[in-house]
Write a protein that binds this ligand. Structure first.
Ligand SMILES: CC(C)(COP(=O)(O)OP(=O)(O)OC[C@H]1O[C@@H](n2cnc3c(N)ncnc32)[C@H](O)[C@@H]1OP(=O)(O)O)[C@@H](O)C(=O)NCCC(=O)NCCS
Length: 232
């Protein structure tokens, strides 16, 4: 754990590395252009809302992971710099628009629409919606199992605790490594089926025509983590 350093996100240093990691973790099975557009659209959707963006880096400042969270009170991080704010918003919306026209991007576009609609429904089930939200967390596959995720969670929680918050929540689904949150002893507050079924997509698609479980986890910041090896 000693080689892992947590520091604030820097656009010029970290943005491209984050896209590479997120692309590898979430969209590697798509064509290069479609996966890049998806990655930019997804990551910036969350990063543009984040009031805190932390990265974990190794001793050579190589990216090991990222955590984005919002306390829903402060201005999002990117809005503090007009240049970055404009750029990040432009990239997010340009990627979304291009997905509409790019040949072969139809299924990705349909999946994204279902994904965001399902997550909007899931968010309505959150017990305390005024609490801060952990928006996105990814660890570089090469750095998995080295304590990076645990360190990012601890750093995010420390920031929220210092800001006076008592709890937070996060949304995830069964396509993610949600067992990590069980392992940290977070409370699984919601566990529901989400449908990604679209009848008019005739051919089998890994993402469309499937069911995922939608999960909401909550954590009381006044309690230490009750690490457990709860089964999924
Ligand atoms: C989930 C994720 C963030 C975990 O990061 P990580 O750096 O590999 O986790 P750590 O090394 O800090 O693990 C901390 C503990 O959690 C356990 N753990 C990690 N992933 C786990 C999983 N999927 N299920 C159960 N336990 C898990 C580890 O064994 C470790 O246990 P220990 O400290 O008691 O020995 C990472 O696997 C990841 O980025 N996954 C892909 C993206 C994703 O699913 N993000 C989260 C949901 S949106």
């Amino acid at each position: 754990m000693s080689d892992i350093r947590i520091r604030p996100f820097k656009w010029s240093k970290d943005f491209n590395q984050i896209l590479q990691v997120a692309r590898e973790v979430w969209f590697a099975d798509k064509s290069h252009v479609v996966s890049t557009l998806n990655t930019v659209n997804f990551m910036l959707h969350y990063m543009n809302q984040a009031t805190t963006l932390l990265v974990a880096v190794d001793s050579s400042d190589r990216l090991m992971g990222i955590l984005g969270l919002t306390n829903k009170v402060d201005r999002p991080e990117f809005r503090k710099n007009r240049f970055i704010c404009c750029r990040a918003r432009f990239y997010e919306h340009a990627a979304k628009a291009l997905l509409y026209f790019w040949p072969g991007a139809l299924n990705s576009r349909l999946f994204n629409e279902l994904f965001f609609a399902n997550y909007d429904r899931l968010r309505k089930m959150v017990p305390d919606l005024s609490a801060p939200e952990f928006l996105v967390m990814i660890v570089n596959p090469e750095s998995k199992g080295m304590g990076v995720g645990r360190k990012l969670v601890a750093a995010g929680e420390e920031i929220l605790r210092n800001q006076g918050f008592k709890s937070y929540y996060l949304l995830t689904d069964s396509s993610c490594d949600y067992g990590f949150y069980d392992h940290l002893g977070m409370t699984r507050a919601v566990d529901v089926n989400m449908s990604f079924s679209i009848r008019h997509v005739p051919e089998y698609d890994h993402y469309l025509n499937c069911f995922l479980r939608g999960l909401v986890y909550t954590q009381d910041l006044r309690e230490p983590h009750q690490d457990s090896a709860k089964d999924q």
